[in-house]
Ligand binder design. Structure first.
Ligand code: M6R
Length: 609
């Protein structure tokens, strides 16, 4: 997924853009480029590879002042070459732009313009936009851009400069996100809001079919017919330090370590006196809650696995008819959805297109919709309205960690609150779980102590050459296996399968051997004996065992020496204490294997296509 940074102001434009691009480094990219306009001329530098390489190249060419745009490209149309890297400049050298998204009718526009004698220089779809703009430009940028938006089809966040318009940056957005900010005679735009945090927390999220003009005096917003409108700024309660790696080797490790804090933050204001209360977030009445006969959780990836844990927990309260659905399937099946459905969409980024499409479907069928997201005012939040915002702060590592436990926390609170509104939450259950949740930050902190981490690192070192892993647990200990296996797959590129321990014998047992270790999740208070009897059987097939067991479980050492102990907790809350060991295990395996942990191959932080 490409990244964009734009700047207009009196500071070192090049440095600010390069720094802003570096803040997008967690997005997969293959090449990068920057263009600055100074003295009416476009100065451009592009390169294949890292932003650090671009920075060296830019220095050699000595340009720094002016106003400019930068881009990190993840190739879709055209190979990974310097020539295909953005920014792209029109043949008459008057317009320069960067683009995220895909222009569907690029070829048609190109053929038209080539017939008019315009020469194209790249293989990209983006070039059709810049050449078309130059073709229709008669000195009025807004007029030319509105013409462009009527001519192109597809999804785009475009950031555009005209060489004869000093200190002006234009953006156009449709189906691809971009944020804009302004402070003290400086204007910015970026793909990722965290790139603007060191300048301002008050930003504008561009809507679909919207244009913006950014200059030193401020920002103006227009629709695609060029009509200006007022737009409220959104205040981001994130800070720049949250988006820094600090002394950690990777963002993922830093974010794993932030979890005691983020879980505590999520509880804040929602629990008091051993009671759950979400009335500050939701204006639901008991009558409404009783009217929802079906609960649909809809999400992708880690967010989906958080909902699977939540559904297992909510089942224990009784009376809920719950489905946990993968968003990319939800929209294409004939699942009954109606006004008696409460559809809950969980998405860290708030930009995942499958989840967004599923939300639109549920809304159109009259379901009551709610979003749980980490990004306030993200697209799904704006479209759905009702939301619970997880206060995990920006998550930079592609592999979700702290947002997963923040989602878990919010989901457990929501499940309890709903049950309470429906009159189904026993007082002793509420007290027991709230006590469990409030003691959770301390328990998570104990899992991050140096000794614990060293033990996990050592186990990971011993197993880094395995061909694949099986994660097993039963009942409430099964959903965390799904998330643990996903973590390992995405950052270490090893096959990892999660199975309910009792299900292995129905086929996958055939795969067990010494090269396929089993990670057995065996908390003392969740079907310990049944799980261990399964594990014993699987050990006979030669698979080594790594046990995630409850502290002081002495019996487990009869089965294996590879033990990761977790603190005792309520069975319903086991997913929390399982999360950190499994995240650390995946992290250290990936580290042993020399993988690019924060930017795993083929993955992006938000899947917006
Ligand atoms: O932003 P979302 O929560 O909607 O993202 C969903 C998945 O793409 C995401 O969880 C993905 O699986 C992560 N890479 C997991 O670490």
């Amino acid at each position: 997924m490409c990244g964009i940074m734009g700047y207009v102001g009196d500071k070192n434009t090049t440095a600010i853009i390069l720094d802003g691009l570096a803040k997008h480094e967690h997005r997969t990219y293959d090449s990068a480029g920057i263009a600055v306009i100074a003295d009416g001329k476009i100065h451009e530098t592009r390169t294949i590879g890292r932003i650090s390489k671009l920075a060296k190249k830019v220095k050699e060419e000595h340009f720094s002042n002016g106003f400019g745009i930068g881009h990190t490209r993840c190739a879709t149309h055209g190979e990974v070459t310097e020539n295909n890297a953005h920014p792209h400049i029109s043949s008459d050298n008057k317009v320069v732009l960067v683009h995220n998204g895909i222009i569907d009718n690029a070829q048609e526009i190109r053929t038209d313009l080539e017939a008019k004698g315009i020469t194209f220089h790249t293989e990209t779809d983006t070039e059709s936009a810049v050449q078309y703009l130059a073709y229709v430009y008669e000195g009025d940028p807004k007029e030319a851009i509105t013409k462009l938006t009527k001519r192109i089809r597809g999804s785009y966040a475009l950031v555009i400069m005209f060489s004869d318009k000093k200190d002006e940056i234009w953006t156009a957005s449709k189906g691809s996100s971009i944020v804009v900010g302004h402070t003290n005679k400086e204007g910015f735009c970026a793909s990722d809001p965290s790139a603007l945090l060191e300048f301002t927390n008050d930003i504008w999220f561009m809507d679909d079919n919207e244009l913006a003009l950014i200059n030193k005096d401020g920002c103006k917003f227009f629709d695609f017919d060029g009509v200006e409108h007022f737009k409220e700024t959104m205040h981001l309660d994130w800070n720049a330090t949250m988006a820094n790696r600090g002394n950690y080797a990777h963002y993922m490790l830093k974010e794993i370590h932030e979890q005691p804090h983020t879980v505590a933050q999520t509880l804040l204001g929602r629990v008091a006196d051993n009671k759950v209360d979400l009335s500050n977030d939701l204006d639901w009445t008991p009558e409404q809650a009783k009217g929802w006969k079906r609960i649909h959780f809809v999400a992708c990836g880690t967010s989906h696995y958080a909902t699977v844990s939540a559904a297992h927990i909510m089942e224990t309260f009784g009376t809920f008819d719950i489905r946990t659905e993968i968003a990319s399937e939800y929209s294409y099946r004939n699942i009954p959805i109606g006004p008696d459905t409460l559809a809950i969409f969980v998405t860290q980024s708030g930009e995942t297109s499958d989840t967004l499409l599923a939300a639109r479907l549920a809304k159109s069928k009259g379901a009551k919709c709610l979003v749980i997201t980490n990004v306030r005012d993200s697209t799904i939040h704006r479209e759905v309205g009702d939301a619970l915002i997880t206060p995990a702060g920006p998550e930079i590592g592609v592999a979700a960690t702290k947002t997963y436990t923040a989602q878990l926390t919010m989901l457990v609170l929501l499940g309890m609150y709903l049950a309470k509104l429906r009159g189904n939450l026993k007082e002793e259950t509420e007290i027991r779980l709230i006590e469990g949740l409030t003691s959770m930050p301390a328990k998570l902190a104990s899992l991050l102590e140096q000794e614990q981490e060293e033990n996990i690192e050592k186990i990971a070192r011993n197993f880094a050459d395995a061909k694949g892993f099986f994660y097993m647990g039963r009942s409430l200990a099964y959903p965390p296996c799904l998330e643990g296996a996903l973590k390992l797959k995405e950052i270490s590129y090893l096959l990892a399968e999660a199975y309910p321990a009792g299900e292995m014998k129905h086929g996958p047992i055939a795969l067990l051997d010494k090269d396929h270790p089993i990670i057995a999740l065996v908390p003392k208070n969740i079907l310990w004996e049944k799980t261990m009897s399964n594990i014993e059987e699987y050990m006979e097939k030669g698979s080594p065992i790594i046990a995630v067991a409850t502290v002081e479980d002495e019996e487990i050492s009869r089965y294996t020496k590879n033990i990761i102990y977790t603190p005792e907790t309520e069975p319903e809350l086991f997913s929390f204490v399982a999360a950190i060991p499994l995240q650390l295990f995946a992290y250290y395996i990936a580290r042993q294997r020399g993988c690019d942990i924060d930017m795993p191959r083929n993955l992006v932080k938000a899947v917006t296509v």
